[in-house]
Design a protein around this ligand. Structure first.
Ligand SMILES: [Zn+2]
Ligand SMILES: [Zn+2]
Length: 345
């Protein structure tokens, strides 16, 4: 089969011919429907030597959906052809966090590398998933469109849900960066909190127009005017929740300026900027956090929202032999929603 693989540090990924893997005991072989291209893949491609625990070569793609092709010995509960979403952060399954479904915070990190982030992922015809506990049935959803639910949507969902208690009547939530993840965050805010006022901020007018369509009450071009407008809207108090989907110095600075006392600043974007946190720099008792992905129960909730038509990811499909092009477009900011690679057409 063909697989889009990283072969070494700071080398461009390449399409290679590898053999179809065998599912071992408890494992499941999936025929891939779609594999999303994520910004964190770009980080991995550019990462300095030794900066992550990976074994080359490995297949990219940590945002996967497909159909059960074959069950390994002892794996049960699924039939061949079942459409499923793959939960991406593969933990040990035994530690306390894993047992509550938060395998994204496995206490034995490094035991299991997530597929696509250090071991073989989904940008290939087939993928071996190490356990059926990482599969979420998706029913009538098409795996080719559903793949981004497992990262783009799950990551945004977790970031919103942990702050829901702040988003009652009269509250304001600001989403900085209205790309694929930001658009999803806006839909999730709309779906989970009917009461909160949603403000989208971006540098691109077309993304702001999309943000409005996705449910933002206000869409503001980033800059001083946006800061002033948010302060005005909130009677000088600032927003209860600020989601920074970009994470570079200027967006983090803005996030700190538009948040309120007792609010949350949540850094989702991997921009790598820095926000000085001290007594003077943030409103009092404002929390700053950088979550990673989400839990297995949260992924099941995300699937429910998608099945109910309450969230929808904008996807652009690419055949496997155009995967490199998809990443170039992603790198240049030219993917409007999410690029999804279709290894099996
Ligand atoms: Zn990702
Ligand atoms: Zn664990």
């Amino acid at each position: 089969m063909r697989a889009f693989q990283l072969t070494g540090w700071q080398k461009p990924p390449e399409l290679r011919e590898i053999s179809i893997p065998e599912p071992g005991p408890g494992e499941v072989l999936l025929k891939i429907g779609g594999a999303g291209a994520c910004h964190s893949d770009l980080h991995l491609m550019e990462a300095p030597e030794g900066s992550a625990s990976v074994t080359f070569p490995f297949t990219l793609g940590h945002e996967n959906a497909g159909w059960v092709e074959r069950l390994g010995p002892g794996a049960a509960g699924y039939a061949v052809g079942d459409p499923v979403l793959v939960y991406g952060p593969w933990g040990c399954g035994r530690c306390l966090n894993c047992r509550t479904g938060m395998e994204n915070y496995c206490e034995n990190e490094g035991v299991e590398r997530p597929g696509g982030l250090g071991r073989n992922g989904g940008m290939a015809n087939y993928l071996v998933v190490p356990s059926t506990r990482f599969l979420i049935p998706i029913g009538n959803l098409d795996p080719r469109d559903a793949a981004p639910l497992s990262d783009a949507a799950l990551t945004s969902y977790h970031a919103v849900k942990r702050s829901l208690h702040l988003l009652g009547a009269g509250s304001t939530a600001v989403v900085i960066g209205a790309g694929g993840l930001g658009q999803m965050a806006i839909q999730l805010l709309r779906a989970l909190s009917g009461a909160t006022t949603i403000v989208a901020v971006d540098t691109a007018p077309d993304k702001l127009a999309t943000a409005k369509r996705m449910g933002a009450d206000e869409a503001l071009l980033s800059g001083e005017d946006a800061v002033r407008r948010i302060k005005d809207m909130t009677l000088g108090q600032g927003a209860n929740l600020v989601l920074d989907m970009v994470g570079i110095d200027p967006t983090l600075k803005m996030a700190a300026r538009v948040a309120r006392s007792l609010g949350h600043v949540t850094i989702v974007g991997l921009g790598g900027g820095a926000l000085p946190v001290n007594f003077f720099n943030l409103p009092h008792e404002c929390s700053v956090t950088a979550p990673y992905w989400g839990s297995i129960p949260e992924l099941a909730e995300v699937v429910s929202l998608a099945q109910a038509g309450k969230i929808k990811m904008l996807v652009e499909h690419f055949p496997l032999d155009r995967a490199a092009e998809a990443y170039h477009l992603l790198h240049d900011g030219k993917i409007g929603g999410r690029a999804v690679i279709l290894p099996n057409g």
